[in-house]
Design a protein around this ligand. Structure first.
Ligand SMILES: Cc1ncc(COP(=O)(O)O)c(C=O)c1O
Length: 457
């Protein structure tokens, strides 16, 4: 049960201070500024139900980010918990190394059923980054096994985030998070994304010709790119990307770590854009975040060609296809199907998109809203009418001080982002119904009011 907002007693405040101290001394936060961490400007989340989470002080927050784009089915699902418990009781662990088990088989068949075209063979790992590593390794070993060992380069787009392990980081187009770890993996080439320039497909083909098509193994792109803020491709983009890859013998990977499992109203974003990629990487929403699970689903012909020629895909992980994660994936998909959640997303998409567009009209600090399905970015500036952009200092203060404070006060979780602009990223659980979406927009309105006040102070 979601607890109501409660008065904070003195003893609760003392307990919060103790926990904060314990967190600061024992927990290394992910991608969190020291200033924010040490100031204790973060909620301590202790429970969740549906689209809501609440913190140790009893304050409820509307989760407009589905955790980190993953809790698609919402919090507090006993069916998923029961599936995990049942699997733990019957077979807590078995690998996918030289053996199989029923849970992984069922999970693989489930993914194949949902994936477009002949993407029928699934390789399970534990995260999005590992899924990307697996796609890179699959493409290199595939080409080698087919007599093209010189095809090793990987193309990926500007501003894209594909994960933190060294291969996935090399594929990411965000210098700020790459620079501290140089030298990264050689052979990774950044190509233009869909932001701004309409000629980006020509530029991609030009980059391929400049690099030498016969040296390129893989092109990775998200159906709707998160880095840069919910960048929806122009019509025809994906089919043309497909044609370019086919023309040059390059494998096409759709990174669906965010877009997969319903975020865009389809099981995979590729389906929305009418393309059959060679591989799809997934994670996050596959289990609605209840347990870690990622993977790679590959076209049958490619998997068979590698297996037949090379004998072995020389890659694996202890926890790949873990029985408990597999059982949760199957239960998650069953729940999403039974409750027709994707259909509802498609029905409600225009309501959400329309309400967010209404916020643009009401706030001059919003340049535009982009996105589709249950995945949007509100791009911020000082004043749309006078076309005044944020200074670097104001953008930083917004990101570090103003927005976290306003979100905390409002009881809203969305993501302030500075990758290619100053933005708020909105991606609510897919079970968010009209009343929840209304509440989300009311709370966003309040937060944007604070931004308006700040930029025109
Ligand atoms: C598009 C995309 N790919 C890959 C990843 C990496 O996933 P993970 O954090 O599970 O390693 C992310 C994470 O946010 C992502 O958004």
């Amino acid at each position: 049960m979601a607890t109501p907002d409660a008065e904070v007693s003195e003893s609760e405040t003392a307990a919060w201070s103790r926990r904060r101290y314990r967190a600061e001394t024992s927990l290394m936060p992910h991608f969190t500024r020291a200033q924010t961490w040490r100031a204790g400007r973060w909620p301590l989340i202790v429970g969740g139900e549906g689209c809501w989470v609440w913190d140790s002080r009893g304050k409820r927050h509307l989760d407009g980010l589905s955790g980190l784009f993953c809790v698609n089915i919402g919090y507090g699902r006993t069916d998923l918990a029961q599936a995990a418990a049942k699997q733990m009781e019957s077979l807590a662990y078995a690998s996918n190394w030289s053996l199989a088990h029923p849970a992984a088989i069922e999970a693989a068949e489930t993914v194949a059923r949902l994936a477009p075209g002949d993407l029928d063979v699934t390789f399970f790992v534990n995260s999005g980054s590992e899924a990307i590593e697996s796609a890179i390794k699959f493409s290199r070993q595939y080409h080698r096994s087919q007599g093209s060992p010189e095809r090793v380069k990987v193309l990926s787009r500007d501003l894209a985030y594909h994960g933190t392990t060294l291969g996935a980081l090399s594929a990411s187009g965000l210098p700020k998070i790459k620079d501290p770890f140089e030298p990264l993996v050689p052979g990774f080439i950044q190509i233009p994304g869909t932001r701004g320039e309409p000629a980006s497909l020509d530029a991609i083909e030009a980059a391929i010709l400049a690099e030498g098509p016969e040296s390129i193994a893989l092109l990775i792109a998200e159906p709707v790119q998160n880095g840069g803020g919910a960048l929806v491709p122009p019509p025809g983009y994906w089919s043309e990307l497909r044609e370019i890859c086919d023309r040059h013998g390059i494998l096409l990977a759709a990174d669906e770590v965010i877009c997969g499992f319903g975020r865009l109203g389809e099981w995979f974003g590729s389906t929305r854009f009418g393309v059959i990629p060679d591989v799809i990487t997934f994670a996050k929403g596959a289990t609605s975040g209840y347990v870690p699970m990622g993977g790679l689903v590959v076209r049958r012909g490619l998997a068979e060609a590698l297996f037949t020629s090379a004998g072995t895909f020389l890659h694996g992980a202890t926890f790949g296809g873990h029985p408990v994660a597999s059982a949760v994936l199957v239960a998650n998909v069953a729940a999403l199907e039974h409750e027709r959640v994707l259909e509802r997303v498609r029905e409600r998409e225009s309501v959400l998109a329309g309400a967010l567009a209404g916020l643009v009209a009401g706030h001059r600090c919003v340049r535009e809203v982009r996105g589709c399905g249950y995945f949007y970015a509100l791009d911020l500036m000082v004043d749309r009418d006078s076309e005044t952009n944020l200074s670097d200092d104001a953008a930083m203060e917004l990101l570090v001080e103003v927005l976290p404070g306003a979100l905390e006060t409002t009881g809203l979780i969305v993501r302030p982002d500075d990758r290619g602009g100053t933005m708020l990223i909105v991606a609510p659980p897919l079970v968010a119904d009209e009343p929840v979406l209304d509440e989300l927009v009311v709370r966003l309105d309040a937060v944007l009011g604070v931004v308006d006040g700040y930029v025109r102070r």
